[in-house]
Design a protein around this ligand. Structure first.
Ligand SMILES: [Mg+2]
Ligand SMILES: [Zn+2]
Length: 203
């Protein structure tokens, strides 16, 4: 057999094996992980939300996959490039990692129907309230929709969650870790199979 076939075969644990599904949390970026100061793309301009790293670590410890889903129309508007977005996300991931928190993947939409950059000026399926970013994560990771949810600061975030078939919780500011503890019942337990409540008192 060829070396290529041998390599592929060695990556398969055994026939029929499937990875165990994990719950996932989808976090909006601006207004949730960092303060929404408007079209942030430089690390020196980013202001972390209080409790952001602790919140991400909380989900890591409970077995959740943690995804960022963020509209970045600043690309379509010509304010910054996709390379800038990628560099900022790499920096954010490193800063969080230094505090024991892991983002499994960042998903962003660079489009806008009225952008100034022709390549990005379009109606897409990934700009929230469309569910494209969430659906992409489900397609690429072993995440269980029945145990997943989103935290966002805008109605468009919650609409994207609803369109993807998962609950959404609105964070309106303050300490993200305290918010996360509240929506998960504040028990601090490590039972990742326990569903989070469907309702939250936020506006
Ligand atoms: Mg936001
Ligand atoms: Zn898009």
């Amino acid at each position: 057999m060829s070396a290529a076939r041998k390599t592929v075969s060695s990556q398969i644990p055994h026939p029929g094996a499937r990875p165990a599904l994990r719950p996932a949390v989808f976090l909006d970026r601006d207004g949730v992980i960092n303060v929404d100061t408007g079209f942030v793309f430089r690390p020196e301009d980013l202001v972390w939300m209080p409790g952001a790293a602790e919140a991400v670590r909380y989900f890591n410890c409970r077995g959740f996959l943690v995804f960022v889903v963020t509209n970045q129309s600043g690309v379509a508007r010509g304010f910054y490039t996709e390379a800038d977005v990628a560099a900022l996300h790499a920096w954010m991931a490193a800063e969080l990692a230094a505090r024991g928190a892991r983002i499994d993947a960042f998903y962003y939409c660079p489009h806008h129907p009225e952008g100034s950059e022709p390549a990005y000026r379009l109606v897409c399926d990934c700009r929230k309230p469309a569910p494209g970013l969430i659906r992409r994560a489900f397609a690429e990771w072993p995440a269980d929709p029945a145990r997943s949810f989103l935290i966002g600061d805008r109605p468009s975030d919650l609409a994207a969650a609803a369109a993807a078939g998962i609950p959404g919780y609105q964070f309106t500011g303050g300490n993200l870790y305290e918010f996360v503890r509240n929506i998960s019942g504040g028990d601090g337990g490590a039972d990742s199979s326990r569903p989070l409540p469907k309702q939250h008192g936020g506006t």
